[in-house]
Write a protein that binds this ligand. Structure first.
Ligand code: MGD
Ligand code: MGD
Ligand code: MO
Length: 748
């Protein structure tokens, strides 16, 4: 906790001395100062480990230092010297632990040995690895159908672990492989795959050096991808226009001082990031994209040759744009026609534009439509497959993109299953599995009985917390492979296991020596990652070892040599090379410093869609404007990593020592007769009923009328399970219709 006033305003640039101070504090708090400093020198280096923070790519594989404040927090929290031991669990029962907050659970340190829940005492107790695997194997083999088991993945899992995991799950007999992507960039994948033939972004870091304009929608890089500020700063300095669309004024999008630049640090200098900052209303981006496209078409600023050669659907698209009235666009976007025309002018004046987006775009009911309109905007001016231009969905978890590439997907392509079956000599199941929402429904109504999680914190990260908790409690068995204690260990099935694993920063010793794993970043670079810290405990297993031993216990008739594969991860990579296109000569190519780039067909203007062309798809604005007076978006503070709460400050937004806050406009405060600093309860309004969270402090903020913001996961209880993106089913946790009321909870 800090000694500052709970709320102030932050007028310094993002980064700068405060970032260094906060990094130092994170190391000190986890008591890893000396070890941590050495550890950090290896982050994102050719022979080091991949930072377990975000998926932003490494800039220069030969520079000595690639880390950021929030990377330091992620590393420090993994390399912490604190430990959760069997004595800890003997002292604290599950009921008591469940009453502690997420920060407390995280702060206890690293898990040290496998634990099993003992219903008689209400405590977790130690269990040996063999007994743990035998317990899971017995539960899985007792199910009436493999489809009664669910296998979740969070995006930190390495390619090697992910590949083995999906293989095990499919040999066992199901495609029930939901993952955190379902709650994250699923909408980007669905939209872009249909439209461009690949669900990934097409740009590389070099494109950031060549872009004439960079448009950033619904993303907060100052907190969530701090290394991206380096690219934006350099772009801004050479005159590239950076245009931000965000209801909130985010400090990291405004000014940045690079903590790694002595001149900026000592000279007190900083760089302006966004040249233009627009504050649309929450969910207004479909109207923004439509308006920009309308101006481009009406001014005939389109790339006719590109459109003729590579796209379909332009004429109908253009006609629909012309027919869309400005009044609708202004009302739905919350921006004026003059603002929208000004932004369109910048877009037209640029010969090479990158569009970036994050959760402010994907976590809405109409996210797929919005992304397809954004991509159409690119297509109009040939801004794909040319240097300095293209779509850039900025991914979250450090290997979330790689996990998908490895087959962590509930809807696998038939060609992928064919190859997997050929290489491993079995018949993979064909029926699609449950995504995250489907998994919750299935556990809730009894169709699924075993829940296994490779990382993550399902109980806290998912929408509709009360419903999810009920669902998990109805399971016969819940199992979590984890590094840290979290909520999901405390909201468990009748039987429950915690399996502690190695983290990225640690040495992974197998029969043939220390092993490296591989990851794929947000720009499709695949590279090695090898830890160098001694494991947090001698009882930890690597994720690949956990999968292999579980598979060997569960599938006695499997033709796969599970235990042999993990003796040397090169063997796993050889199999990956046989199954997954783009990974030919994997072991050789990944050993080149910096790794290799996975081919994106869009870079050559090849669009492997059904029509063989890139598609213009028009999406009309909602016919009925939203009736809720207030929309709540649930965002990350500067001191958290998803459900992991590092601390209680959100420096750039001026919040210190508390998390239960609700940002609100001056206009709404007056309209509702409320005051800054007052405590409120938040109730979400949905056709199946109301959901409520209590005791949030109002913070008057620069945010449009009708828009509110709070932190997740405290507000996940408000997100109705069925409020999700059309087609992609990403929970719509950025546009929750809510009402505020005065709270009985006293201010802190
Ligand atoms: N330190 C740190 N790093 C992280 C994470 C973390 O929690 N902590 N999480 C990781 C993960 S998994 C992910 S997915 C990424 C997330 O990174 P972001 O995509 O930046 O995620 P959020 O914090 O949810 O912020 C979304 C932003 O969108 C804005 N926004 C919300 N609704 C709208 C809207 O309707 N329109 C527009 N234009 N903007 C909107 C919000 O004001 C906010 O600035 O970061 C990754 N990196
Ligand atoms: N309301 C709301 N909800 C959201 C979001 C939002 O913006 N608003 N964002 C969504 C998004 S974008 C995402 S990606 C999800 C995130 O959902 P998850 O990925 O499920 O959650 P995390 O909080 O990232 O998981 C943290 C846990 O992972 C474990 N862990 C950490 N490192 C490792 C490792 O190396 N191996 C293993 N096995 N375990 C490890 C630790 O035990 C830690 O407690 O949340 C989603 N939920
Ligand atoms: Mo994410």
């Amino acid at each position: 906790m800090s000694d500052k006033k709970p709320i102030d305003s932050y007028d310094k640039p993002a980064g700068g001395w405060d970032a260094l101070k906060s990094s130092w504090h994170a190391l000190r708090e986890q008591r890893v100062v000396l070890k941590g400093a050495g550890t950090l020198l290896r982050a994102n280096q050719p022979r080091g480990f991949d930072c377990p923070g975000c998926a932003w790519p490494d800039r220069n594989p030969h520079s000595t230092f690639e880390f950021c404040e929030n990377g330091v927090k992620a590393v420090a929290n993994e390399a912490t010297s604190k430990r959760v031991t069997r004595e800890f669990f003997a002292e604290h029962g599950v009921e008591w632990l469940a009453r502690q907050d997420d920060h407390f659970l995280e702060a206890q340190g690293r898990l040290t040995e496998p634990m099993v829940y003992d219903a008689a005492s209400g405590h977790y107790q130690p269990i040996g690895w063999d007994a743990a695997f035998a317990t899971i194997a017995a539960a899985l083999n007792a199910l009436a159908s493999p489809d009664e088991a669910i296998f979740y993945t969070s995006g930190r899992t390495s390619n090697e672990a992910a590949f083995l995991y999906q293989l095990f799950v499919r040999e066992y007999g199901t495609n029930n492989l939901p993952d955190c992507s379902n709650m994250c960039h699923e909408a980007s994948g669905v939209a872009l795959t249909e439209q461009l033939g690949s669900g990934k972004g097409s740009v590389t870091l070099e494109d950031f050096e060549l872009a004439e304009a960079i448009f950033i929608f619904g993303q907060n890089p100052g907190t969530n991808h701090p290394r991206m500020l380096g690219e934006l700063r350099d772009a801004s300095r050479r005159g590239c226009r950076i245009v931000a669309f965000n209801p909130l004024r985010e400090r990291g999008l405004e000014r940045f001082a690079n903590p790694q630049s002595p001149t900026e640090m000592l000279g007190g200098g900083s760089t302006r990031i966004a040249s233009e900052y627009y504050q649309p209303r929450i969910g207004g981006d479909l109207a923004v994209a439509t308006a920009l496209a309308k101006v481009v078409v009406e001014r005939d600023a389109v790339d006719r040759e590109f459109i003729a050669a590579y796209t379909i659907g332009f004429d109908a698209f253009a006609a629909a744009l012309r027919a869309t009235p400005w009044a609708d666009l202004e009302r739905e976007s919350g921006l004026s026609r003059a603002q929208l025309e000004e932004a369109a002018r910048i877009y037209i004046d640029s010969n090479a534009t990158i569009l970036c987006w994050g959760m402010g775009i994907t976590q809405h009911a109409r996210s797929v439509a919005t992304i397809q309109m954004l991509a159409a905007l690119l297509l109009l001016r040939g801004n794909i497959g040319k240097p300095g231009a293209g779509p850039c969905p900025v991914r979250g978890h450090s290997n979330v993109q790689g996990d998908r590439t490895m087959g962590i997907y509930e809807q696998p392509a038939p060609a992928f299953l064919d190859r997997l079956g050929q290489v491993f000599n079995f018949r993979p199941p064909r029926e699609h599995g449950y995504d995250t929402i489907g998994a919750i429904e299935a556990m809730h109504d009894g169709r699924a009985k075993v829940f296994f999680a490779m990382g993550g914190n399902f109980a806290a990260a998912t929408p509709d917390s009360a419903h999810v908790h009920e669902a998990l409690r109805r399971c016969a068995l819940t199992v979590h492979v984890s590094t840290k204690l979290n909520r999901s260990h405390l909201v468990h099935g009748r039987q429950a296991l915690i399996l502690p694993c190695l983290g990225r920063t640690e040495i992974d010793l197998q029969a043939d020596g220390p092993q490296a794993v591989t990851v794929e970043d947000s720009m499709s670079m695949v590279h090695l990652s090898s830890g160098m810290n001694p494991p947090a405990s001698e009882h930890l297993l690597s994720e690949p070892a956990i999968v292999a031993r579980l598979a060997a216990s569960t599938l006695p008739r499997s033709r796969t040599s599970w235990l042999w594969l993990i003796e040397d991860y090169d063997r796993i990579r050889e199999r990956i090379a046989q199954v997954i296109p783009g990974f030919e000569d994997f072991n050789q190519r990944v050993r080149v410093p910096g790794g290799f780039h996975l081919h994106h067909p869009g870079r050559e203007r090849v669009f492997p869609t059904d029509s063989g062309k890139a598609g213009f798809f028009f999406h009309p604005l909602a016919e009925v404007p939203s009736t809720a007076a207030l929309q709540l978006m649930t965002v990350r503070s500067h001191d958290q990593y998803n459900t992991t709460v590092y601390g209680f400050d959100d420096r750039y937004r001026g919040v210190h020592g508390l998390r239960r806050v609700c940002f609100i406009s001056t206009h709404d405060l007056q309209r509702l007769g409320l005051r800054d600093g007052e405590m409120v309860d938040i109730t979400s309004l949905w056709r199946d009923g109301e959901r409520k969270v209590t005791g949030f402090r109002l913070v008057e903020y620069d945010i449009p009328p009708g828009c509110l913001a709070s932190y997740f996961p405290e507000t996940n209880a408000l997100v109705p399970l069925e409020h999700h993106a059309e087609r992609a089913r990403t929970p719509a946790s950025k546009s929750i219709p809510v009402r505020l009321s005065r709270s009985a909870v006293a201010a802190q």
